[in-house]
Design a protein around this ligand. Structure first.
Ligand code: HEC
Length: 68
């Protein structure tokens, strides 16, 4: 579980290592892409993230993209 909002994090749909599960692989996705999806992806509309949380998720996805 790499992020939790209201008890459910990105990992529940995108997998524990962000490689994808019910949702696509989101490793290396940028802050802009995350913000766009929070507004447009129906399944993600319930997520209510602060600016700090979005920054933290974007930084973590960028880090994951450097990992094998
Ligand atoms: C309830 C399930 C669910 C949760 C929770 C969820 N997502 Fe998603 N996400 C999806 C689905 C499904 C799609 C694909 C939507 C589409 O293609 O129409 C998606 C797409 C995305 C995309 C775009 C991927 C691409 O290839 O363009 C990003 C980025 C993303 N999610 C980030 C996140 C982040 C960050 C979180 C946690 C804060 C999160 N998601 C939590 C279901 C979820």
């Amino acid at each position: 579980m790499y992020f939790t909002a209201g008890g459910q994090g990105c990992s529940s749909c995108h997998g524990n290592d962000a490689r994808g599960d019910q949702g696509p692989n989101i490793r290396g996705k940028t802050r802009e892409e995350i913000v766009a999806c929070l507004q447009t992806v129906v399944q993600m509309a319930f997520l209510n993230l602060t600016e700090e949380e979005i920054d933290a998720v974007a930084a973590y996805l960028a880090y994951l993209a450097t990992q094998p």
